[in-house]
Ligand binder design. Structure first.
Ligand code: HEC
Ligand code: HEC
Ligand code: HEC
Ligand code: HEC
Ligand code: HEC
Length: 474
C-alpha cells in the first residue's frame, strides 16, 4: 500500500515538463484574476454583463484548460521517460530537501506573484471601461448601434446603460450574466435576431432602477405640453396642439402616475402578443378592491400576468426612435431644417419614407433628393438659398441616420412607443372603452381624464398668446 506521499512524489517529479508548467502558469493566472475581480462584483455595483462573460465563462474555461495541461504534461513526460528507460524506480521524498519539489514550489510562487502584479494593474481600469456607455454601445458596433445612437440623443444620455439594464445589487447582476453570455455567443455566431426583440425579457422591474433617480410621488404637478407641427403646404404652416397633462403622483392629486402606481395600487395585465401591444385582460387593485377588466373572454393563467411599472408607458425613455413626421417637425422647430423652403415638410417626409437598403445608399440618395427637388422645381429658390438647402439636406440625412438602421432591420415604427395614443395604441391598449368589468364599467377613454386639450392644431392658440409663447394673429 503506497502512502499519499508515495503517490505524489512521482507526480511532482514528472510535472517538471514545459506543458505542465504552462498549465501551472495558466491556472495561477486564472485564479488570481478571478480573485481580483470577484470582490468587485460581490460589492454589487452595476457592472456590464459582458464583464461577467470574462468572470463566469472565460476565466473558468481558462482555469480548467490550464488544469488539464498539467496531467497531460505529466502523462507525456512519463511516456517519454519510460520509452527512453529513464524512469527512476525510487523518487525523492516530498520534503524540503527534494530539489524537484522546491523548484515546483518556487515556480508556483513566482508565477502567482507576477500574476498578482499584472492583474491588479489592469483590473480596475478594465472594470471601469466595461461599465461605460462606450463599451456597451460600441463594442458590438452594429448590434447596439440603434440603441446607442438613440441613447446619445436622449434625456438619459448621461445615464449608463447598466444603470437601467442591471441596476444595483448582486442578484440581478448575476442574472444578467447568463443572458449576457448568451448574447455574446449569438453575436460571435452572427445569429442574433435583427431587430433585437422587445420587450427585454430579463429587464429588471423598472421601479427598482428608475426610482433610484425618479421619485414618483414628486409628479404632483400637471404638465403643459405645446406640440408644434408643420403643415404639408407650400409654406409649411406652423400649428400648435396644447395639452395640460394630468401627471399627478399621489400628493396633491391622483393623476396618470398616481392612478397606476400610487400607494396601495396595483395594475396587472395579460398581453396576448410578444410585443405587449394587445392587452385583453387587466386587473386593477386600489384600496383593497380588485376589479378585472376584460375585452373578449381572455382568462389568463396567473403566471402570464405582468405587473405594470414605469416601462409599460415609458418603454422608450432613452431609445427614442421618431417617426418621419415627428422628426421633421422637430428639425423644423429647431431650425436644423429651414422652414422657409417651400414644401420642405412634405418633401422631407416623402424622401425619408423611401426604402434605402443600406446606410451608404441613404447617404448618397437622401441629400441629393432634396437638392434635386429645389433645383428642378424651384430654380430661383435653389439659386438664392443654396447653403440653406444643403444644410437642410444634411439634416434630413441625419434624421434617417438617427432612426433607421438597415443592418439591424430597424426602420420607422419598428419599436412602438407606448406613451400617448396618436402614433401607436399606447394608453389605448387599455383605455379603449372595450375593457369591461362585471359591473359594466370600462377603462375610460374620456379625453379629459388624462389631459385638457387647450388647443388643437391652431395657429395662434389663445392659451399660448396669453402665456406669451406666440404672437397674437394680426
Ligand atoms: C433610462 C434607462 C435606459 C438606459 C440608460 C439604457 N436603456 Fe436600453 N432599454 C431601456 C428600456 C426601458 C428598454 C425597453 C424595454 C422594453 O420595452 O422591454 C430598453 C431596450 C434596450 C434594447 C432592446 C432593443 C430596443 O431598442 O428596445 C437594447 C439592445 C438596449 N436597450 C441596449 C442599451 C444600451 C447599449 C444602452 C447604453 C448605450 C442602453 N440600453 C441604455 C432602458 C434603458
Ligand atoms: C441615473 C439616474 C436616472 C435613472 C436611473 C433614470 N433616469 Fe430618467 N431622467 C434622469 C434625469 C437626470 C432626467 C432629466 C434629463 C433632462 O432634463 O435633460 C431624466 C428624465 C426622464 C424623463 C423626462 C424626459 C423628458 O422628455 O423630459 C422621463 C420620462 C424619465 N426620465 C423616465 C425614466 C425611466 C422610465 C427610467 C427607468 C427605466 C429612468 N428615467 C431612469 C435620470 C435618470
Ligand atoms: C400610466 C402610464 C405611466 C406610468 C406607469 C409612468 N409614467 Fe411617467 N409619465 C407618463 C406620461 C403620460 C408623462 C408625460 C409625458 C409627456 O410630457 O409627454 C410622464 C412623465 C414622466 C416624467 C417627466 C415628468 C416631468 O415633470 O418632467 C418622468 C420623470 C416620469 N414620467 C417618470 C416615471 C417613472 C420613474 C415611472 C415609474 C415609477 C413612471 N413615470 C410611470 C406616464 C406614465
Ligand atoms: C395595462 C393597462 C393600462 C395602460 C397601458 C394604461 N392604463 Fe391608465 N388605467 C388603467 C386602469 C385599469 C385604470 C383604472 C380604472 C379604474 O378606475 O378602475 C386606469 C386609470 C387611469 C387614469 C384615471 C382615470 C380616471 O377615471 O380618473 C388615468 C388618468 C390614466 N389611467 C392614464 C393613462 C395614461 C396616460 C396611459 C398611457 C400613457 C395609461 N393610462 C395606460 C389601465 C391602463
Ligand atoms: C388614457 C389617457 C388618455 C386619454 C383617455 C386620451 N389621451 Fe390624448 N394623450 C394622452 C397622452 C399621455 C398624450 C401625450 C403623448 C405625448 O407625450 O406626446 C396624448 C396626446 C394627445 C394629443 C396630441 C397628439 C400629438 O400630436 O402629439 C391629442 C390631439 C390627443 N391626445 C387627443 C385626445 C382625444 C381627442 C382624446 C379623447 C378621445 C384623448 N386624447 C384621450 C393620453 C390620453
Amino acid at each position: 500500500m503506497k502512502t499519499l506521499r508515495g503517490w505524489l512524489s512521482p507526480l511532482v517529479y514528472l510535472s517538471n515538463n514545459w506543458i505542465s508548467l504552462v498549465g501551472v502558469i495558466v491556472v495561477t493566472a486564472a485564479t488570481v484574476s478571478w480573485m481580483v475581480f470577484l470582490p468587485i462584483t460581490l460589492r454589487g455595483s452595476a457592472l456590464h454583463p459582458y464583464f461577467g462573460i470574462v468572470l463566469y465563462l472565460l476565466l473558468p474555461g481558462i482555469f480548467i484548460g490550464g488544469l488539464l495541461l498539467i496531467p497531460i504534461g505529466i502523462y507525456l513526460n512519463r511516456r517519454r521517460k519510460r520509452a527512453k528507460g529513464e524512469m527512476p524506480t525510487d523518487f525523492p521524498p516530498l520534503d524540503p530537501h527534494n530539489p524537484e519539489l522546491r523548484k515546483l514550489a518556487a515556480f508556483v510562487a513566482g508565477t502567482t506573484f507576477i500574476n498578482i502584479i499584472i492583474a491588479s494593474q489592469f483590473s480596475y481600469s478594465a472594470v471601469r471601461y466595461m461599465d461605460t456607455v462606450g463599451f456597451c454601445g460600441q463594442t458590438c458596433h452594429t448590434v447596439m448601434q440603434p440603441e446607442f445612437t438613440a441613447h446619445q440623443r436622449s434625456p438619459h444620455s448621461r445615464v449608463e446603460c447598466v444603470t437601467c439594464h442591471i441596476g444595483p445589487g448582486a442578484s440581478w447582476f448575476v442574472r444578467s450574466k447568463f443572458s449576457g453570455a448568451g448574447q455574446v455567443v449569438a453575436v460571435a455566431l452572427n445569429n442574433y435576431p435583427r431587430p433585437i426583440p422587445v420587450p427585454v425579457r430579463n429587464l429588471r422591474p423598472a421601479r427598482e432602477t428608475c426610482e433610484t433617480c425618479h421619485w414618483p410621488q414628486k409628479f404632483g404637478e400637471d404638465r403643459l405640453r405645446d406640440i408644434v407641427s408643420y403643415g404639408e403646404d407650400e409654406s409649411n404652416t406652423v400649428s400648435h396642439t396644447v395639452l395640460m397633462l394630468h401627471l399627478g403622483g399621489g400628493m396633491s392629486r391622483v393623476g396618470i402616475h398616481g392612478r397606476h402606481l400610487g400607494e396601495g395600487i396595483s395594475v396587472r395585465y395579460y398581453a396576448s402578443d410578444e410585443k405587449r401591444q394587445t392587452i385583453p385582460w387587466v386587473e386593477y387593485t386600489a384600496a383593497g378592491k380588485t376589479t378585472v377588466y376584460a375585452s373578449g373572454n381572455a382568462n389568463p393563467d396567473p403566471s402570464q400576468l405582468r405587473q405594470m411599472d414605469c416601462v409599460d408607458c415609458h418603454n422608450r425613455p432613452t431609445h427614442i426612435y421618431q417617426l418621419p413626421v415627428r422628426a421633421m417637425d422637430q428639425a423644423l422647430g429647431t431650425g436644423e431644417i429651414s422652414a422657409a423652403l417651400p414644401f420642405v415638410k412634405k418633401q422631407g417626409v416623402a424622401i425619408l419614407k423611401q426604402p434605402y437598403a443600406t446606410e451608404q445608399e441613404a447617404e448618397a440618395r437622401i441629400p441629393a433628393a432634396l437638392e434635386d427637388f429645389y433645383r428642378n422645381n424651384y430654380p430661383q429658390v435653389y439659386a438664392q438659398r443654396r447653403d440653406e438647402i444643403s444644410r437642410s439636406a444634411k439634416a434630413l440625412l441625419a434624421i434617417f441616420q438617427h432612426n433607421v438602421f438597415p443592418a439591424m432591420k430597424v426602420t420607422w415604427g419598428t419599436y412602438p412607443n407606448n406613451l400617448g395614443h396618436t402614433d401607436f395604441d399606447g394608453c389605448f391598449r387599455c383605455h379603449d372603452e372595450q375593457h369591461t368589468a362585471k359591473e359594466g364599467t370600462t377603462i375610460t377613454q374620456d379625453c379629459s381624464a388624462c389631459h385638457n386639450i387647450l388647443a388643437s392644431d391652431e395657429k395662434n392658440p389663445k392659451i399660448l398668446v396669453d402665456l406669451g409663447l406666440v404672437q397674437a394673429a394680426k
